[in-house]
Write a protein that binds this ligand. Structure first.
Ligand SMILES: [Zn+2]
Length: 241
């Protein structure tokens, strides 16, 4: 029962974040500056401590998670740039933006949202208290998942309508992820590799897509301040959950 209520909360949290980004799409630059800080915070204060904990608890070799991180970073880089190489031959000096890059990023986030749901489900397999803790962590960052999905879609020249469809997928997948845990178990080994991979992906889109895009018109101390605020925001959230 709790599982259903909590995954519904992730649904609305993601949806609200995305709608927020759509409503303020004229102000995407400040939102992106903040989001870049959020991504850095998620990688360092949420994902990395979890990787280290899992490695320590299970006596894994740390290099595996780090290889997964590099693969996540490079794989996304290669996919993104291949799309651009493929489509930009005829106008090499035009702006480097393509809707498919937005879709690729959004799909990666949707895959992650599925894992968010899996995380909640697995938490409840341990016990209700752990399930609740994971759910709170997921619900509180899902707002930014939704925001990032829409922001990446819109800045890569996708339509608002298409962005909304991907947002809806992003909001629905945690529910599917949670339901899936009724049928299978994820091993800690897989979890560590997944977390490493996802950390690499987030570092890449944060530093190579979102942050440069935030500063693409003009840089300001306000934008820099928003990025720092994003980091502090996630630091505080992860301390409380
Ligand atoms: Zn998430």
């Amino acid at each position: 029962m709790e599982l259903i209520v909590l995954t519904l909360a992730t649904f609305f949290s993601t949806l609200l974040g995305g709608l927020f980004a759509i409503k303020f799409k004229d102000k995407l630059h400040p939102i992106m500056a903040f989001a870049a800080g959020v991504l850095l915070g998620v990688v360092t204060f949420d994902i990395f401590p979890e990787i280290i904990r899992q490695i320590a608890d299970n006596n894994f070799d740390p290099i595996e998670a780090m290889i997964a991180l590099v693969v996540g970073f490079l794989l996304f880089h290669i996919l993104e740039k291949s799309i651009l190489i493929h489509h930009n031959h005829e106008n090499d000096y035009k702006e480097h933006k393509h809707p498919q890059v937005g879709i690729l990023s959004a799909l990666a986030l949707i895959g992650h949202s599925f894992m968010d749901g899996v995380g909640i489900g697995l938490g409840f397999q341990i016990n209700t208290a752990v399930g609740l803790l994971v759910a709170i962590a997921v619900i509180s960052h899902d707002f930014t998942d939704g925001m990032n999905t829409v922001t990446l879609m819109l800045t890569n020249k996708n339509t608002t309508k298409k962005s909304k469809i991907f947002l809806l997928f992003d909001a629905l997948t945690p529910i599917l992820g949670a339901i899936s845990t009724l049928f299978f178990k994820v091993s800690p080994h897989f979890l560590v590799l997944y977390l490493g991979f996802f950390a690499g992906f987030l570092l890449y889109i944060g530093a190579s897509d979102i942050l440069p895009e935030a500063h693409s018109e003009k840089s300001s101390y306000k934008l820099i301040g928003l990025t720092i605020l994003g980091v502090i925001f996630i630091f505080c959230i992860t301390r409380f959950t």
